[in-house]
Design a protein around this ligand. Structure first.
Ligand SMILES: C[S@@+](CC[C@H](N)C(=O)[O-])C[C@H]1O[C@@H](n2cnc3c(N)ncnc32)[C@H](O)[C@@H]1O
Length: 155
């Protein structure tokens, strides 16, 4: 079951990228035996600075066909890590790939938001999109650990 994070903006080498790469590669290692992964990031860049609509077109093109679209949005659902793990398990059991979408400075265009099957909030505060990527990568890793039954997640 493929997991893709489609995100606006290029993340240069640095601590955020290292964390994301580390969480996603650890997720793939644990997840393989449970039908989870591979996990990758697709970055899109609105080079002409045309804004939310142009970003939405680039994101829509990068979203793999027939995958479940899950937006990251401060207005989304607040769910616990175990519930997030159960959702991932459910999509895996339904043979669905998952695409997480992270917007740019102006957020995700409403038309693309409407296409999402689910939307996750990382809290009511707004985070920089680079940090939202790190937090999502950690939660994907944590979900893998919960599904594998390791002691990483402690409620
Ligand atoms: C700087 S934020 C954009 C905020 C924008 N004002 C909006 O209306 O969405 C960039 C991206 O980071 C992600 N993000 C930031 N804070 C978030 C939160 N609390 N929950 C979920 N995603 C968040 C979202 O994908 C958002 O599109």
């Amino acid at each position: 079951m493929k997991i893709t994070i489609c995100a606006v903006g290029r993340l240069r080498k640095g601590p955020e990228r290292e964390l994301i790469d580390d969480y996603l590669s650890r997720f793939e290692k644990t997840g393989r035996a449970y039908g989870l992964g591979p996990a990758s990031i697709v970055e899109v860049e609105d080079k002409k600075g045309l804004g939310q609509g142009a970003e939405a077109e680039l994101l829509a093109r990068a979203i793999p066909d027939s995958s479940v679209i899950v937006t990251l949005d401060e207005r989304g659902s607040l769910i616990s890590s175990p519930d997030f793990a159960r959702k991932i398990e459910g999509w895996r059991d339904g043979a669905r790939d998952i695409t997480f979408v992270i917007g740019g400075a102006d957020g995700i265009e409403p038309g693309l938001r409407d296409r999402a099957e689910f939307s996750i909030s990382l809290g009511k505060m707004v985070w920089p999109h680079m940090l939202a990527r790190v937090m999502l990568a950690e939660q994907i890793y944590r979900a893998g650990q919960i599904i594998a039954g390791t002691p990483y997640h402690r409620a």
